[in-house]
Design a protein around this ligand. Structure first.
Ligand SMILES: Nc1ncnc2c1ncn2[C@@H]1O[C@H](COP(=O)(O)OP(=O)(O)OP(=O)(O)O)[C@@H](O)[C@H]1O
Length: 374
């Protein structure tokens, strides 16, 4: 994290950048001395790109998803202390001091690593030294059915959402980058996912805004270097026990071995898949509305649908009946699709002693056959 001297220096540099922007030399900044020496102050290009991405993201967000819509967006900046979110915080602090946003920094302490409270305290101190009110929130993480990492993520988003609601902010702004997006797409490809998963993360989901999805990690790191921001190196980022860490190093090898901008290409795949998946979801909407919440549907009605629509309708149908999403992955949905297409009697077991059965021209969801017997 930035030591106070470094914070002060970065703040001073940002201050000269503000002067530069006010003077119309946006995109340039530099040490305060350069203004005195008569040279135009220059803003390092990486930090300039991040600031502009935040401005553009807030513009794309429209009226905020949460909180009251106001002339100046109020945002909760989610900061882990790593390079991505420290560069985001630095950019938001700049916009906050200029009155372009009202920022509030939040760091969540999962309490999973020794020294996590100190890291959180440093994030708060740095944010405050840059003029942004900040808070560290300690959460208790329970490993859910999807593991400790997913439990930590759930706890983190609940904590961020609670702060967002309390301070009446429109957005929780995260520092997910194009590099994160490429990793998400590659993970999805390796799992055999369809278009919705390959669409990766959206710029906005509910009250979460991800303005850095077009910025790569090299840019956030360059911004931290240029602004002399000390960042926290999360030891989990080097722990190959995590699939994402292994995929990250695979991505680097692919870039080198293929000599291709694989990160950019995968991010483009996400954009293309998002357009396709949105179109298909829209096309499926009428059929989805028809089946949602019903425990029985005529096979004939489903049989008319194209595979791309039918698989979507089946997923939404099962979700509407409270079947947990992980219980019907692509393989189960493919089996169910085959049963429906064949229109023969058959059943698929689901967790919680439930099943989906095709019988006598209907698809039914309910208790498993064995549990129905006396
Ligand atoms: N401890 C934390 N406190 C606050 N914000 C955090 C914390 N950890 C992560 N974030 C936010 O989430 C962003 C993504 O972090 P990371 O990639 O580690 O999360 P993730 O588990 O992949 O989250 P997601 O499910 O949203 O992809 C960070 O750049 C930061 O904005």
């Amino acid at each position: 994290m930035a030591e106070s001297a470094q914070s002060a220096e970065a703040a001073q540099t940002a201050g000269s950048a503000e002067a530069a922007e006010a003077a119309g030399s946006v995109g340039s900044a530099g040490p305060a001395g350069s203004a005195r020496s008569g040279r135009r102050p220059t803003l390092d290009p990486a930090s300039g790109a991040i600031r502009n991405a935040v401005r553009a993201g807030l513009g794309k967000g429209g009226t905020g998803a949460g909180g009251a819509a106001r002339a100046v967006s109020r945002i909760v900046v989610a900061v882990s202390g790593g390079a991505d979110s420290m560069a985001l915080l630095h950019a938001c602090a700049f916009l906050h001091r200029r009155g372009e946003v009202e920022a509030f920094a939040v760091t969540v302490d999962h309490g999973l690593q020794p020294g996590s409270a100190e890291v959180a305290a440093e994030v708060v101190a740095t944010a405050e030294s840059w003029g942004v009110p900040a808070e560290a929130v300690r959460v208790d993480v329970a490993a859910g059915p999807e593991g400790l990492e997913a439990g930590a993520r759930d706890a983190r988003y609940s904590a961020l959402e609670a702060v967002r609601a309390r301070v009446d902010a429109e957005w929780i702004v995260t520092a997910h980058t194009r590099s994160d997006q490429a990793e998400t797409v590659l993970l999805g490809l390796l799992r055999g996912s369809g278009t919705r998963s390959l669409a990766g993360m959206a710029v906005r989901t509910g009250s979460v805004l991800r303005p850095l999805l077009d910025i790569d990690r090299a840019t956030t790191e360059a911004s931290c270097t240029a602004q002399r921001i000390t960042v926290w190196d999360d030891p989990m980022n080097a722990d190959r026990a995590y699939a994402r860490v292994r995929v990250r190093s695979l991505l680097t090898s692919l870039e080198t071995d293929l000599g291709q901008p694989v990160t950019d290409n995968l991010a483009r795949t996400a954009q293309l898949c998002r357009a396709d998946a949105d179109f298909l979801d829209e096309s499926a909407a009428a059929a989805v509305a028809e089946v949602s919440g019903r425990s029985e549907i005529p096979v004939e009605r489903l049989g008319e649908l194209e595979d791309a629509i039918l698989t979507r309708v089946l997923r939404v149908w099962l979700v509407s009946l409270d079947v947990p999403a992980q219980a019907f992955g692509a393989a189960r949905i493919a089996e169910l699709t085959a049963l429906i297409r064949a229109n023969v009697n058959g059943r698929l077991s689901l967790p919680g002693d439930t099943e989906v059965a095709v019988s006598h021209g209907s698809v039914r969801f309910g208790p498993a056959a064995k549990s129905r017997r006396p």
